[in-house]
Write a protein that binds this ligand. Structure first.
Ligand code: SAM
Length: 220
């Protein structure tokens, strides 16, 4: 990751943001599109599966998967605050022995990580400038199911993202948001042997779920 974006993530997703997110999750459960993705994953079968949650934040997806009987998994997140808050939550939920936390840039770390049955990136691709590297490294590690949540490409999101980036520039903060095209993400994922099974939408986000044609076949 460009060093500026790296610093930006650490600065943006700090301890106070992480604690606020966790409090919201405890109070209200998963957000709309996260809930949609978790339900789709449950539909594909979660029990006894392994997972890789890239940019898991406070861990909504992996806490839900573990509660649904997933065997074990790994969360890789560039934000030290998110890793620490999610680890605390895992301990509170008594499933800390079934999850390993790794802090850093997933693209740099990917070659050291094993493939998993389920790989997820919930609102992560839009935080990363090099979409092809992030998608290739993650989709190639999905043995069965690959799920992503990315921004929709309509005018509202375009204006919103542009406004965020202008404000970030004015505030001299390095973090930027990226609107990568769903068609480009889709082309890379399908080239890696995964089939699109579901394409859901909310007002601002879209949820894409893929399954591998031959489970485990082309995962690295
Ligand atoms: C908008 S937050 C979403 C968090 C969580 N998935 C959710 O939906 O609530 C983006 C997350 O992606 C992480 N992230 C972005 N790029 C990353 C990368 N290359 N490697 C690891 N984590 C990354 C950030 O640290 C942050 O936790």
């Amino acid at each position: 990751m460009s060093c500026a974006q790296c610093q930006g993530i650490v600065q943006e997703f700090d301890d106070s943001v992480a604690r606020r997110e966790l409090a919201r999750y405890r109070r209200r459960g998963p957000r709309g599109t996260t809930r949609m993705l978790v339900d789709l994953l449950r539909g594909e079968g979660v029990r006894d599966r392994t997972f890789l949650d890239v940019g898991g934040g406070v861990g909504v997806i992996h806490h839900e998967l573990l509660a649904s009987g997933a065997a074990s998994g790994v969360d890789v997140d560039a934000s030290p605050a998110y890793v620490s808050v999610s680890r605390e939550e895992a301990a509170r939920r008594h499933h800390e022995d079934r999850i390993r936390y790794v802090q850093g840039d997933f693209v740099e770390l990917a070659s050291s990580l094993d493939p998993a049955d389920i790989v997820t990136l919930d609102r992560v691709i839009c935080c990363y400038p090099n979409m092809p590297a992030l998608v290739d490294a993650s989709a190639s590690r999905a043995r069965r199911v690959y799920g992503v949540v990315i921004p929709r490409e309509h005018w509202l999101m375009r204006v919103g993202i542009r406004a965020i980036n202008v404000i970030q520039t004015i505030r001299r903060r390095p973090f930027r948001v990226f609107l990568h095209r769903a068609a480009d993400v889709d082309a890379r994922v399908t080239a890696l042997g995964l089939d699109k099974r579901h394409h859901g939408r909310s007002l601002l986000w879209q949820v894409l779920l893929y399954t591998r044609k031959v489970p485990g076949a082309s995962a690295r």
